[in-house]
Design a protein. Structure first.
Length: 416
């Protein structure tokens, strides 16, 4: 589906002067235009599975137009948001597709461009907000996975409320999804661990849950439920805590998922329990982290395709979430603002996993090393410009080895 004319119309409309005397709807309106220049290369050095493609490598340019209105005056305020997306192919070939940056046509070639413009209608009463249309929820049971050229979205209805101090409650019904490298809507599918299960579709994803912050916002407790209809139902409980101790800041992030098949069980029986933990100690610009993650039950960790999760050891390439897997992480972050270079950050991670039930009569093992460097210009004419470089090396005895490189240039204009 091609929405390029719609995007052009949306940009034209936003360039027109807004009436500032028409209440909060216009006075509180905001719009930004972000650009992403994205190079992605993933080299499969040891193919495991039916796909013979040994490398995925593409380069693309993306534009993200984000408009958010204010609310009309009165006890119940009404508003509208709009999201415009445009992706352009800069380099690709049939033997290097499927990076997640661009759609792939039936002839095996990547699309030269794809676009989308979609609205969200909203209403607010006190601190309770209802949204209908294009949604980007960010929940433990459906984490927002903006990790490619353009962000994914969902279509449906959501309700959020923060009437009680410290407590935020949300619920929603999502009927379809716009994938990160597609222009149109698609049915909802599942993933089990790292394996997409696109052979069956679900009619909806439903969720309800809440987060409660207490102890002067140093601690929070989360309780969530998610249901991919007729495929799986999943519960989550999480706890976060952060506390200064002298010059250090110590923090912990703990979570536990449990999942079973749902309704017609289109993927058969599902039995998964997942525990993760991440402990961090921060001193000045230094941050030291250690994590442990474990899968229990007869199934890998289930999620909505192609979504990420808040699992502590889920990283850019591997998820460490296959059946019975145990994994360990060491992480180091440094913020160069401590050395007088604000905007420059670095991350190094190493994760190793074992005890995987591969179903092939041997124990699965995997490991991954990641290096991330990022810089955001803090002032001057280039303020808003950012660059990010990522290198990942992942090795496994039951799935494909991967060497990955990403280079991302970003710039954001605040239109009003």
């Amino acid at each position: 589906m091609n929405h390029t004319p719609c995007v052009a119309i949306g940009l034209s409309l936003l360039s027109q002067p807004l009436l500032a005397d028409d209440g909060g709807f216009f006075e509180d309106a905001k719009a930004s235009l972000s650009t992403r220049n994205y190079y992605f290369s993933r080299d499969y050095s040891d193919i495991v599975g039916a796909n013979p493609q040994s490398k995925a490598e593409e380069w693309a340019q993306g534009f993200i137009l984000d408009f958010k209105s204010g609310y009309t005056p009165g006890p119940v305020g009404f508003g509208v948001d709009a999201l415009g997306l445009l992706g352009l192919r800069l380099d690709s070939s049939p033997d290097r597709v499927n990076t997640g940056l661009l759609p792939v046509h039936g002839d095996g070639r990547a699309a030269s461009e794809y676009s989308r413009l979609a609205p969200t209608f909203k209403a607010r009463l006190s601190k309770t907000e209802l949204k209908v249309g294009e949604l980007q929820p960010n929940l433990p049971v459906l984490t927002f996975s903006d990790i490619r050229l353009l962000p994914p979205t969902y279509q449906g209805v959501s309700l959020s409320s923060a009437e009680l101090e410290g407590l935020t409650v949300q619920a929603g019904h999502l009927s379809s999804t716009h994938l990160r490298n597609e222009a149109g809507d698609a049915k909802l599918n599942a993933m089990l661990g790292h394996v997409p299960m696109r052979q069956v579709d679900s009619d909806a994803f439903n969720y309800v849950g809440g987060d409660y912050a207490f102890n002067a916002n140093q601690s929070s407790l989360s309780l969530w439920y998610g249901q991919l209809e007729d495929i799986y139902a999943q519960g989550f409980v999480g706890f976060k805590h952060s506390k200064p101790v002298g010059d250090w800041v110590l923090s912990a992030n703990l979570g536990y998922f449990t999942a079973r098949e749902d309704g017609d069980a289109l993927l058969g029986n599902i039995d998964n329990q997942a525990f993760f933990s991440m402990f961090t100690a921060k001193l000045g610009g230094h941050s030291f982290g250690a994590g442990y993650q474990a899968m229990y039950g007869d199934s890998p960790f289930p999620r909505v395709f192609a979504n990420i999760s808040p699992l502590g050891n889920e990283v850019p390439t591997y998820e460490f979430a296959y059946t019975d897997e145990r994994s360990y992480q060491l992480r180091y972050d440094y913020n160069f603002a401590a050395m007088g270079i604000p905007g420059l950050t670095a991350t190094v991670r190493y994760i190793t996993g074992d005890n995987v039930d591969t179903g092939k009569g041997f124990e699965g093992r995997d490991r991954e090393r990641d290096i991330d460097l990022g810089y955001a210009v803090q002032s001057g004419v280039l303020k808003g410009l950012g660059i990010r470089v990522r290198n990942a090396m992942a090795r496994s005895n039951y799935r494909s080895d991967i060497d990955e490189n990403r280079l991302i240039l970003m710039y954001t204009w605040q239109l009003f």
